[in-house]
Write a protein that binds this ligand. Structure first.
Ligand code: ADP
Length: 595
């Protein structure tokens, strides 16, 4: 409490006020005492003159000797210490108890005499000419037959008053000091009582300001302080609630930003990092340490990023760019720089999205469209050319006419096959038709395929071999899909083999009987390593001319790959140029699943 400024301000003011009041009281009281003492002195002198008046009258009527009066007066002076003077109507001093009357000057002009002449009694205070001290004089007029015959005057020194006042000073001072002290103690108690709750509130407020929890004191009284404490308590609760809401929002926001597929970096106006989410860290392989407050350019060195941030800062509006990463394998990144709301600006949010896959798919799509158009254009051009030749006269030559009609038919079939393959591929890729995955006996599917291709194989002098198959082996697949896989592989085997070659169909169990592997092996032309990596792409052909000549669409292996994947399997190829190829399709075994 004694260290409190407010305490000293209040208490100090009180000390000052009470000090001034004490001094004022002292002077008022002292003055009153002096006035009373003077009045008392005056009264004494007036009484004395009244008592002396009959004797003075006797002296003036010559009934009494002046000497006798002098004697009586001397006796009275001895008792009362008062000076007694008898003056006649002309101002001549007849008797005086202090000086020799004959040596005294005329007293008629004295103030007290003049006043007494007029009012019967007169009072004056002045320094005595004979004694040299301040005196109080009271004169009384003495009359005879209505005529003033003289004056009797008494006087006492005013030092009596002074000593009376001096005697009164010590008790007066003690009373004033006592009252002041009592007031001082009372004010100390009152000020302390007012300030103690303020000090307690201040301690609680300081704790809250420092982020600590503090209980707000309650005061058992019904004054402004108690209301202040309860208002403060409500405010503190509100503050606490708001703080918790903000923390909750911040953690929600952080969870949302952390879970975003987009990399997010927030920077302030000066380009210093405020926040980085995990996606951004892994996208740019950023260091694990705390990146906050570090300059963006130091963490993410890319000229395009720097440039677009500068542009956003300059133009104060959203910017978008796409750039390729410099470090590691090249990736296409889309960057959106959005200014944060607020005036002045709070900074920028940088959203990074890896669009490499998207761009690859877009490229594939446009390539696909170009390929389809090209594939459709070739047989169509051929058909149109044949029709034109027929119209130009060839139709009248039965032999040539037949040849062109057959050519139109072949090209038509090629177009039909192309469209069927495209539709099939589109259906598998879109997953529109739910595939009915049922156990399909491996041996049956292989035999059916062999029968289907027997004619073509024979025409090319190619043998189709079927290795012995476990009659129990069945795979989980869609019947039509499995047929398509086998047909495409065996068809390719025949297409890309020379006369005298062979195509072998083989079924094996794999991966602890959980999978079955279909192998289609040929003794054909083989596929180079570079082509092996790409033959499963749509429209990719190792040898375009030969493929077209064979009526291929470039979609067969793509269909095989998509179907195998749709069945929960995969496809692979082993091949050597000039020796032949082995295509193996791994599919889930039906008995293993069932078991
Ligand atoms: P296509 O209709 O052209 O045969 P595919 O998708 O079935 O289309 O095959 C893609 C390419 O792979 C073919 O053009 C061919 O170059 C090559 N290919 C496929 N199977 C074989 C094979 N058994 N032997 C050699 N090359 C093959």
């Amino acid at each position: 409490m004694l260290h409190s400024k407010l305490f000293w301000r209040l208490f100090g003011s009180y000390i000052l006020i009470s000090g001034l009041a004490a001094v004022a009281i002292y002077f008022v009281m002292a003055n009153r005492r002096e006035t009373q003492a003077i009045a008392q002195l005056n009264r004494r002198l007036a009484e004395l003159t009244a008592a002396l008046q009959p004797y003075a009258a006797d002296v003036f009527s010559a009934d009494m000797e002046a000497a006798l009066f002098q004697q009586r007066a001397n006796e009275l002076t001895a008792i009362s210490s008062a000076r007694i003077t008898l003056v006649d109507a002309d101002g001549v001093v007849l008797v005086d108890t202090q000086s020799e009357p004959s040596q005294m000057e005329n007293h008629l002009s004295r103030t007290e005499m003049q006043v007494a002449l007029r009012d019967e009694i007169g009072t004056a205070e002045r320094e005595s000419a004979t004694m040299g001290i301040r005196m109080m004089y009271v004169a009384r007029r003495v009359d005879r037959n209505g005529q003033a015959v003289g004056f009797v005057r008494t006087a006492l020194p005013l030092t009596e008053v002074d000593s009376f006042v001096a005697r009164q000073t010590a008790p007066l001072v003690s009373v004033v000091v006592g009252i002041s002290l009592a007031g001082l103690i009372a004010s100390y108690l009152v000020v302390s009582r007012i300030l103690r709750p303020v000090a307690e509130l201040q301690v609680a407020a300081t704790s809250i300001a420092e982020g600590k929890t503090a209980s707000i004191p309650t005061f058992n009284r019904k004054d402004e302080l108690s209301r202040l404490a309860s208002a403060f308590s409500r405010m503190s609760k509100q503050l606490d609630k708001r703080l918790r809401q903000m923390q909750q929002r911040a953690s929600e926001l952080s969870a949302v930003l952390g879970g975003m597929a987009e990399g997010i970096i927030a920077i302030d106006e000066r380009g210093r990092i405020l926040f980085v989410n995990d996606t951004a860290v892994s996208l740019f392989n950023l260091p694990d340490d705390d990146l906050r407050q570090r300059p963006l350019w130091e963490v993410l060195r890319h000229p395009s990023v720097q440039k677009v941030v500068e542009q956003a800062t300059r133009e104060k509006k959203k910017q978008q760019i796409e750039f390729e990463t410099i470090d590691g394998p090249p990736r296409q990144i889309e960057l959106n720089v959005t200014p944060m709301p607020g005036d002045p600006g709070q900074g920028y949010v940088l959203g990074f999205r890896d669009v490499s896959e998207l761009r690859r798919l877009e490229r594939l799509r446009s390539e696909f469209v170009a390929n389809v158009s090209h594939e459709l254009k070739t047989p169509l051009a051929s058909i149109l050319a044949c029709a034109e030749t027929l119209r130009g006269g060839a139709i009248h030559d039965p032999e040539i006419g037949m040849e062109f009609a057959q050519s139109i038919e072949r090209q038509g079939e090629r177009l039909q096959q192309l469209i069927l393959d495209l539709l099939s591929l589109a259906r598998i890729e879109a997953g529109e038709e739910p595939l009915e995955l049922l156990p399909q006996p491996a041996a049956e599917a292989a035999k059916e395929c062999m029968t289907h291709h027997a004619h073509t194989a024979e025409a090319k002098n190619i043998t189709i071999l079927l290795e012995p198959i476990d009659p129990q082996l069945s795979v989980l697949a869609d019947a039509e899909g499995l047929r398509q896989i086998l047909d495409n592989l065996v068809d390719n085997g025949i297409k890309y083999s020379r006369a005298g070659g062979s195509v072998t169909i083989r079924w094996k169990r794999a991966a602890a009987d959980r999978f079955a592997v279909l192998e289609v092996e040929d003794t054909g032309i083989g596929i180079s390593q570079a082509d092996q990596a790409r033959i499963f792409e749509r429209f990719y052909r190792a040898d375009k001319a030969r493929s077209r000549e064979m009526g291929g669409t470039g979609l067969g292996l793509s269909i095989v790959k998509h179907l195998s994947q749709a069945f929960g399997g995969s496809v692979a190829v082993r091949s050597e140029i000039g020796k032949g190829s082995v295509f193996s399709v791994t599919l889930p075994a039906a008995d293993a699943i069932a078991g």
